[in-house]
Design a protein around this ligand. Structure first.
Ligand code: PRP
Ligand code: MG
Length: 212
């Protein structure tokens, strides 16, 4: 019998809440911390612990069937992947921020400027929509340091509490999109796995109702 392969973030902000919702729907996993793959007890599910940024490609390839992932990651590189449930945790927004003393009235102020980001496609969509040309510097983490070291005039990154911006003397000036954790599915799933997914969705809906 097939198992539904579900990807979760290996470590980072989504990991804990992802494991909690799986547990709440009855998928319990005793996972030695270093394991990258684990089977659930009493339910046809395997959990894969992966890097956030790799998950969209695994879904596209059908190497995993479903994933708990930030919607923002799918918007950045998850074209063709469907979201089937919003999960109500890990809310954040993808924002433009500039140095506290900087002037910013609209995105047009970034014409010809340098923007550091881990979300180049998302930023580019926003710039194009507004007819603005800017130079993107792609960095994979600690993006907020870029203006302070003279690498960029602005940044675009995830903001949750706002504390990282504050600590780096930046201010949030524009919101490109809002995001939360979602259940996303591979376009390549077979019928047998779709049936398992349906059960999982049903259980998730009950758990989320109970949390309200
Ligand atoms: C994330 C994100 C922001 C920060 C936002 O970084 O890239 O920097 O969290 O959260 P806050 O508004 O609550 O401060 P993370 O700490 O995951 O590290 P990384 O950027 O180095 O991957
Ligand atoms: Mg960061």
């Amino acid at each position: 019998m097939s198992k539904l392969r579900i990807a979760v973030q290996k470590s980072g902000r989504l990991n804990e809440d992802s494991m909690r919702i799986l547990k709440d729907i009855g998928i319990s996993i005793d996972n030695g911390k270093d394991q990258l793959k684990a089977s659930a007890k009493g339910f046809p599910v395997e959990v894969f612990y992966l890097r956030n940024g790799d998950i969209p490609q695994y879904l596209k390839d059908g190497v995993v069937d479903a994933a708990i992932i930030g919607e923002n990651v799918l918007i950045e590189k998850g074209e063709g992947i469907d979201v089937v449930e919003k999960l109500g945790f890990s809310s954040c927004r993808v924002c433009i921020a500039v140095p506290k003393s900087g002037k910013y009235e609209s995105i047009k102020d970034l014409e010809g400027k340098r923007i550091a980001t881990s979300y180049p496609n998302t930023v580019k969509m926003y710039l194009d929509k507004n007819g603005v040309n800017a130079n993107l510097h792609i960095i994979n983490g600690s993006v907020e340091i870029a203006p302070n070291i003279g690498l960029a005039d602005a940044i675009c990154d995830i903001v949750s509490s706002g504390s990282t911006l504050f600590k780096n003397n930046l201010k949030e000036v524009d919101t490109i999109l809002k995001s939360e954790a979602v259940l996303a599915v591979s376009p390549k799933m077979d019928e047998e796995r779709k049936a398992i997914l349906e059960t999982i969705q049903f259980r998730i809906q009950s758990v989320l109702k109970g949390r309200q």
